[in-house]
Design a protein around this ligand. Structure first.
Ligand code: NAD
Length: 436
């Protein structure tokens, strides 16, 4: 099939590449000329495990091409995916300017039947708005489909190629049939393509992300309470997770959720609720608790240094909002770094993939270490913000030697508290007793 993907970020590029992998002819359109130039010369502009191999293979096979020209894209595809940003607007709602802006252009430019597929995360009612925007100018038939994306950064290729489910919201039989044909190769193991109305599809995505953010936040509150009463959240987590109604996943406490999706999607659902006179009381709490959780280690760091961080050097391991991505959008590390810099500390940081993005934002205000141990050199403490695998079993003797003081603030509970006691660290983590 002939496919066009508009917007080649984490979602669009993975979508385009994976659809090419099953034999479709895909053109990816992006307004970022620099990015398009990179991709045309075979460079993947983001870090996403396993993407480079299939990207390369499909470019070489001539099934995957890139352009800045929306006209070219619209001439090519019978199915047009919109994988455009829907960032948080000032009032918390999802900013639809990219989605509706491109829809306006589509209306003016399409010359034959097209299925416009909204893959961006958008509020209930957006498919209707997209349809109305296109219809203002369109001189031919078209359908609009809501097809929210559930891939996770860091596992995006796997998630796209082997989805647990695909949600298709459509009121058109013709468009639904085309979507089923397109996705058939991805659900050979029997995972479902769930067909529903557009509004329900749009809400499914917000409901899923808000539920996951709530699960994380609930565990963070349990962790905070564990500290207050001397319980161990790791034990509570395992005890809870073995109940199949609860499940083991998403129960790990830490320094809050971040990233390009959960924070904005929870706020967008809260705002959308308000606009329909529905108050999401749970989401109000989730947002409030998470704001505090992102900086929950700051008072502990203050307490350790008796309120005086001026001139102290803090090493940081992990800057991305989660492992296996270079994405730093809304990463808890950003909030902790801001707080530490405001207190006069200097920061020596390391992340396996996110350093270029951090450098773009922080410039010379940070020291960028060449490796995890280099970041520790002469530091007064280590702060861990992201649970990259390489931080899980460090050489603790070396860590102790390199640090001025053997102090670790661990926002991801990477280590066993007994091990840290034995190794002679002052170890502060989340929801567990401090090791002094
Ligand atoms: P992104 O910011 O990584 O990428 C968006 C791309 O769109 C950029 O390359 C940008 O240059 C391009 N763009 C902007 N305006 C354009 C225009 N007018 N024409 C062509 N290209 C244009 O965004 P993302 O993370 O891929 O997210 C896209 C959507 O998917 C959002 O709605 C997001 O909420 C949703 N989503 C994201 C994820 C994720 O893990 N990142 C997962 C599921 C859903």
């Amino acid at each position: 099939m002939k496919i066009t993907v508009v917007g080649t970020g984490y979602v669009g590029l993975v979508t385009g590449t994976c659809l090419a992998e099953t034999g479709n002819e895909v053109i990816c359109v992006d307004i970022d000329a620099e990015k398009v130039k990179q991709m045309q010369s075979g460079i993947v502009p983001i870090y996403e495990p396993h993407l480079d191999v299939i990207f390369d293979r499909n470019i070489k096979a001539g099934r995957l091409t890139f352009t800045t020209s929306l006209d070219e894209g619209l001439d090519h595809g019978e199915i047009i995916f919109l994988a455009l940003p829907t960032p948080e607007d000032e009032d918390g709602s999802a900013d639809l300017r990219y989605v509706l802006g491109v829809s306006e252009e589509i209306g003016k430019k399409i010359k034959s039947y097209k299925v416009i597929v909204d893959k961006s995360t958008v509020p209930v009612g957006t498919a209707e708005k997209v349809r109305a925007t296109i219809a203002k100018n369109a001189s031919c038939d078209f359908d609009v489909v809501s097809n929210p994306e559930f891939l996770r950064e860091g596992f995006a290729v796997d998630d796209f190629l082997k989805p647990e489910r695909i949600v298709v919201g459509s009121s058109s039989e013709k468009a639904t049939a085309l979507m089923q044909k397109l996705y058939k190769p991805f659900v050979r193991s029997g995972n479902p393509i769930i067909i529903m109305d557009e509004k329900s599809a749009e809400l499914t995505k917000y409901a899923s992300n808000s539920f996951l953010a709530t699960k994380i936040t609930f565990m963070n509150e349990i962790a905070n309470y564990c500290e207050a009463v001397g319980a161990d959240v790791d034990k509570v987590r395992v005890g809870m997770g073995t109940d199949s109604r609860i499940g083991k996943r998403f129960l790990f406490p830490g320094i809050g959720y971040g990233g390009s999706c959960f924070p904005k999607d929870v706020k967008a659902l809260q705002k959308a609720g308000r606009d329909s006179n529905y108050e999401f009381k749970i989401l109000d709490s989730v947002i409030r608790v998470n704001e505090g959780q992102k900086i929950i280690l700051l008072p502990k760091i203050d307490a350790h240094f008796k309120g005086d961080l001026k001139g102290k050097k803090i090493a940081i391991w992990g800057l991305a909002f989660k492992p296996e991505t270079d994405d730093i959008r809304e990463a808890p590390s950003l909030y902790l770094m801001k707080g530490l810099l405001e207190r006069g500390a200097s920061l020596q940081v390391f992340d396996p993939e996110a350093m270029p993005n951090i450098q773009k934002r922080f410039g010379n205000t940070l020291d960028y270490a060449s490796g995890m141990y280099e970041a520790l050199d002469g530091a007064d403490a280590l702060l861990i913000c992201t649970e990259w695998s390489i931080f899980r079993t460090p050489n603790l003797v070396k860590v102790k030697q390199l640090l001025q003081q053997p102090v670790i603030f661990d926002g991801r509970n990477l280590y066993d508290t007994n091990d840290m006691q034995e190794a002679g660290f002052n170890y502060v983590s989340i929801g567990r007793t401090e090791i002094k």
